[in-house]
Design a protein around this ligand. Structure first.
Ligand code: IDC
Length: 441
């Protein structure tokens, strides 16, 4: 079992993310696809960059005029409106369809006011094959494309991430039914089509692209801490083979949407997308307690964000979009260290809660409490867990375990009095204090 967690304490900053007056509120003009490239009305290559909402049903509060304007002021040209179709409260599985459609319409209106493009995203996920809810998709896109027919700034993403063995033939067949419905209302709109295996198999689309319609692009999605050279090579090869790619979703962390933020890999991806002129959209605009969220989980604001409101992922995105560095010196980002926590036994879940943290003499101190819970359904005698930190640590205090600290790894073994864990039972009151170098962000 493997669990990742990040420990991040950011001290408040008095600086506000007030925005440079950028290009102004220029009206975004129509986009077309020429060869592999998105182009503007003059046929000049354009690259649009921006951010995706989280699920509209769960985080509707960020669909507001001030929020979208601020994102635009950071340099974003596009907002993706992610409407889940299946997951809890999804459009096709019990969600409030009227409310969700209204959020999409409001989102498009706010994006328009802010001078941005909007992507209407039919966010399939656990419903792996877009044909599962094809009838609802046809009706939805008919209604949406009729509503936005007169607008140049709306793009349609007709199936977020085909997965679960759905092949390109099935996705293509679906696209060939949905595209004409959109075209009937909005003849020139750019349509983004998902590709198999969570939008990684762009090679399959490149081998058999849609030739019946123009202005079609193909989605590639990546998560920087999971997908690296292999997927970059596949993206590049597909572009060389003539496929127009739109990275309509990517994360700076791992594919779960959580885990460690990998700025280094994210930078490599951004450089390649820039080089190839590929447009991209970052996941996600929310304060959910997960590392892909661009806002700190404690931030309750829905606009007017300041640097301390941004998560590590948010800071990366802000710097990328604005081309500015956020002030680091006052920030004392006392990371300890994204720690990786592993147990030696299958079926033992480890919850490490950060109870306290402080700094003394340039060292950052962290106090944790662990709860070990059996999930295997069988009793065990004795346990051991291993935590790997970002940097070397020194063990300062510990209780109710045998501890060994070596380099960046802390190993904890049971004492004879707390080694037994009954089936589905738990051990608590295991804890420690470690210190490490405090890193300036
Ligand atoms: C994740 C969210 C998470 C949510 C989950 C729902 O970050 O909060 O609980 O969906 O199942 C994708 C998907 C996107 C995922 C994201 C991270 O398009 O919906 O969001 N991800 O797992 N593809 C690859 C990663």
């Amino acid at each position: 079992m493997k669990k990742l967690f990040c420990i991040l304490a950011v001290l408040a900053l008095a600086v506000s993310l007030a925005v440079p007056a950028l290009a102004g509120e220029e009206k975004p003009g129509p986009l077309h696809v020429e060869g592999t490239q998105l182009v503007d009305e003059r046929g000049e290559p354009v690259q649009v960059r921006g951010v995706s909402t989280h699920g509209l049903a769960w985080f509707p509060q960020y669909v507001n005029a001030d929020c979208f304007r601020q994102i635009h002021d950071w340099g974003a040209d596009v907002v993706r409106l992610a409407m889940y179709t299946a997951e809890y409260g999804g459009y096709c599985e019990g969600g409030d369809q009227q409310a969700l459609k209204q959020l999409v319409k409001d989102g498009v209106a706010y994006a328009t006011q802010a001078g941005m493009y909007a992507i209407v995203d039919w966010h399939i996920l656990s419903d792996g094959d877009p044909n599962t809810h094809k009838e609802e998709a046809l009706a939805f896109f008919d209604e949406m494309s009729a509503a936005f027919a007169g607008q140049d700034n709306v793009l349609y993403e007709i199936c977020n991430e085909p997965n679960g063995g759905t092949d390109w033939a099935a996705v293509k067949a679906y696209a060939l039914e949905v595209i004409p419905v959109i075209r009937a209302n909005d003849p020139d709109a750019v349509v983004i089509v998902g590709t198999p295996n969570w939008c990684q198999m762009v090679d399959q689309a490149a081998a058999d692209p849609i030739t019946e319609y123009d202005n079609v692009m193909y989605a590639l999605h990546f998560y920087a801490d999971t997908h690296r050279d292999d997927l970059r090579a596949r993206m590049e090869a597909a572009v060389r083979a003539g496929l127009p790619i739109f990275v309509s979703e990517f994360g700076t962390c791992d594919a779960s949407g959580n885990g460690a933020v990998n700025e280094e890999q994210a930078d490599i991806w951004a450089a390649l997308m820039d080089e190839l002129g590929i447009s991209y959209v970052n996941w996600n605009l929310s304060n959910k307690d997960e590392s892909s969220a661009i806002l700190q989980s404690g931030c309750e604001k829905t606009s007017g964000f300041t640097p301390e409101d941004l998560s590590r992922s948010g800071r990366w995105l802000y710097e990328l979009l604005t081309g500015e560095r956020l002030p680091a010196e006052t920030e004392a980002e006392t990371t300890v260290s994204a720690a990786e926590l592993q147990t030696e036994h299958e079926g033992l879940s480890v919850d490490a809660a950060l109870k306290n943290s402080w700094q003394t003499d340039g060292e950052a101190y962290y106090q944790y409490d662990l709860t070990l819970t059996d999930t295997s359904g069988s009793a065990r005698e004795g346990w051991a867990v291993e935590l790997t930190f970002d940097g070397d640590i020194t063990l300062r205090d510990s209780w109710n375990g045998e501890y060994t600290a070596e380099g960046d790894v802390l190993t904890i073994r049971s004492k004879d009095y707390n080694g037994a864990i009954p089936a589905d039972g738990a051990v608590t009151d295991v804890g420690f204090i470690v210190s490490g170098a405090a890193l300036a962000g």
